[in-house]
Design a protein around this ligand. Structure first.
Ligand code: ZN
Length: 171
């Protein structure tokens, strides 16, 4: 299992729902948690490891969530601005504005439905990872000025990808 880099078409795909939560999926989720930790990440979505299915893993302060078929049921009106990065877009960090609180629904690794209210890092990471499953990257959500500032870096990443640098080899 490896992390795909910016330029990989899987990062732009709207991923498919999971229809069965089984042992194979649990193994994949465990492997993703391991990889996320190695990469010092807060979240890792399935399409970042080249699997176009709707699941991701999160870790905040040592607590892990394994999230399958996630949905946002409600978003709070209050917005928060916070710097984000992405394991598939190394070297790019910019502020993104998102709802501060969300109410979410998902299946856990045992196929049990969870409904939770998330704030702070959990809310932020959940929204970032859910975007991945819809083919959206945080760089799509930054200001016009910041888009201009990161354009060159993204271009370089895309060129590297086209030259065959498909995976993060440093993790
Ligand atoms: Zn990301």
């Amino acid at each position: 299992m490896k992390i795909v880099l910016y330029g990989n078409p899987t990062l732009r795909v709207k991923s498919a729902e999971v229809d069965k939560v089984d042992g194979e999926l649990r193994e994949t989720l465990d492997e993703m948690v391991e990889l996320m930790r190695k990469a010092n990440g807060v979240g890792l979505a399935a399409n970042q490891v080249d699997i176009a299915k709707r699941f991701f893993v999160l870790e905040v302060e040592g607590n892990v969530k394994k999230v399958i078929n996630p949905e946002i049921l409600e978003s709070g009106e209050e917005m928060a601005e916070f710097e984000e990065g992405c394991l598939s877009i190394p070297g790019v960090f910019k502020k993104v504005t998102r709802p501060e609180k969300i109410k979410v629904k998902y299946l856990d690794e045992n196929g049990e439905e969870k409904i939770e209210e998330l704030t702070e890092m959990w809310s932020r990471a959940f929204q970032h990872e859910l975007d991945h499953l819809d083919g959206v990257l945080f760089t799509d959500r930054i200001s016009v000025l910041n888009k201009r500032l990161v354009a060159k870096k993204l271009e370089v990443l895309k060129k590297d990808y086209n030259k065959g640098k498909i995976y993060r080899e440093d993790i």
